[in-house]
Ligand binder design. Sequence first.
Ligand SMILES: [Zn+2]
Length: 152
Amino acid sequence: MKLLKIASLLSALTLAVGALSAKPIAGPKGGRVVTTEAPHVEFFVEKDRTVAVTFYDAALKPVAPGAQMVTVIAEARSGKAQFALEKLATGFASKQPLPAGDEYTVVLQVRDAAGAKPKNYRILFHDEICKECKRAEYACICDDAGHEEHKK
Ligand SMILES: [Zn+2]
């Protein structure tokens, strides 16, 4: 009896740890948070398909960008498009929309300052809305099991 209890306790613990590590952070704007530690970086695609990138502190409060520079490389099937994002008071925005199509990789390059080595974050861009969390598929916060369903 005692052994059984320990076993079920152990599996409950394993489940809890698994759920914690798999849970992505929900981007406050509805985008995808690509970082696991602050300062957080959120990748968000506006309705007109331009890209907005916002930085947040650990409490997910927006922070003003410093000397950072952000570049987006869209690896669309129609061809690769690369554009630098413009710095605004609360983050970065692209003037150019993402290329047409869906289901391609977008590389978000963040430099701490001009000339610094970039940090690359790869995002699989999906245009559709996730049925479960009602967020854009590229920003889905469902666990992996839920996510599998939406993959084509
Ligand atoms: Zn979802």
